[in-house]
Ligand binder design. Structure first.
Ligand SMILES: [Zn+2]
Ligand SMILES: [Zn+2]
Length: 373
């Protein structure tokens, strides 16, 4: 049995710099595959993980989406071969749990029944056992992944672009196509223009949205949304009065009613409450963000209980990776989804702290950690 050994950016302690160190994968469980990592997006969620806001337990390797080449296949895994390029999304599809059985693999028990306790997959030179946060651990040269969480992809596109399939693209595009099911001509508002919101914007235009309004306080990101085809740009400001003005602006852009569909990609509870109020009576709001574990969401009662607004949730964009992944890849290949404005920088693993800082300060829309391949 081969020992897979390589560099990793290990979260040894909350809010401490990542430890860039050599680790080796533990002997491969029969149900797992070893993957040599090509690229992993640095998602803004990992800024929160680094700050300890989402219950991740050190020592662990963050990075909840990735792509790479299969280098070893456990004896109990079928359908995966050494040498295949595979997307590793943040969510497995085991096919046999209750949720996979009822056709809702985005809640697959193989991940969510773990209760946030992830398996140890590697060991440091000091003997420390290191887990893979979210069952991926993409900020490492080698990953040990469940055979149910690797999806072969056929494409000539670079791995750095395709690495985003399992994070921003699945959640953003899936929110539009699968969750909201935006119909041609519907008005769409997007709250937040980070990587997720910008994928939503592109998907909403693909779906034939009648108008797209983007609400975003960061001036550069708002301008980027404009260059990607948003019809109306709204700065929500920072005070309750400015937020009320922004809400009025969204309604003014949507016949005075509010949008048919509001897609929230910001995180703070105040943004989610705003999103619901920006939808029309009976409209759909898709919530994707979260700020900190344990947070609650206050909603106005009349608008939600009396006025028929529907609130939907979008874990992993409700995608079926086996059927949706290759279609989304096709959209990237044809240029109907454009990664260029979203993938702002590439980093070697040694610059993981820099990638985190630039994600946190909004200097990057989405940085990608790349490995030699
Ligand atoms: Zn499952
Ligand atoms: Zn993510």
């Amino acid at each position: 049995m081969t020992t897979w050994r390589g560099r990793a950016g290990v979260l040894r302690a909350i809010k401490e710099p990542f430890s860039i160190e050599e680790v080796h994968l533990l002997p491969l469980d029969p149900h797992r595959v070893a993957v040599k990592t090509h690229a992993s997006p640095f998602c803004s969620t990992d800024v929160k993980n680094w700050k300890g806001k989402l219950y991740k337990i050190p020592p662990t390797i963050l990075g909840h989406a990735s792509i790479g080449e299969v280098v070893e296949v456990g004896s109990a895994v079928s359908g995966i071969r050494v040498g295949q390029r595979v997307v590793v999304p943040g969510t497995p599809e085991c096919g046999v749990c209750y949720y996979c059985g009822i056709g809702e693999p985005w809640q697959c028990g193989e991940l969510f029944d773990l209760g946030g306790i992830y398996p140890d997959i590697a060991s440091g030179d000091d003997g420390a056992r290191i887990s893979c946060a979210g069952c991926v651990g993409g900020y490492a040269e080698y990953m040990s992944i469940s055979g149910n969480q690797v999806f072969p992809v056929e494409s000539d596109l670079d791995s750095d672009v395709l690495s985003m399939l399992g994070c921003g693209i699945s959640t953003g595009v899936g929110s539009v196509f699968n969750v909201a099911q935006v119909q041609p001509g519907e008005s769409v508002a997007i709250v937040g223009a980070g990587h997720l919101g910008l994928w939503m914007l592109q998907a909403a235009r693909l779906a034939g949205a009648g108008s797209v309004t983007v609400v975003e306080p960061h001036a550069e990101r708002l301008a980027l949304a404009g260059s990607l085809g948003a019809d109306v740009l709204v700065d929500p400001g920072s005070t309750p009065e400015e937020a009320a003005e922004a809400l009025a602006a969204v309604r003014a852009a949507t016949g005075g009613r509010g949008a048919d569909v509001v897609l929230e990609a910001a995180g703070p509870a105040v943004s989610q409450s705003f999103a619901v109020q920006a939808s029309r009576r009976g409209g759909r709001t898709v919530l994707t963000g979260f700020e900190i574990g344990g947070a609650t969401l206050p909603l106005p009662q009349v608008e939600t209980a009396l006025q028929s607004r529907r609130i939907l949730s979008s874990q992993n964009g409700q995608v079926h990776m086996k059927s949706d992944l290759q279609r989304y890849t096709g959209l990237l290949e044809r240029g109907l989804l454009d990664a260029a404005p979203i993938l702002t920088r590439r980093y070697p693993i040694e610059e993981l702290d820099l990638a985190r800082d630039r994600s946190g300060s909004l200097d990057d829309v989405c940085g990608v950690i790349v490995f030699d391949h």
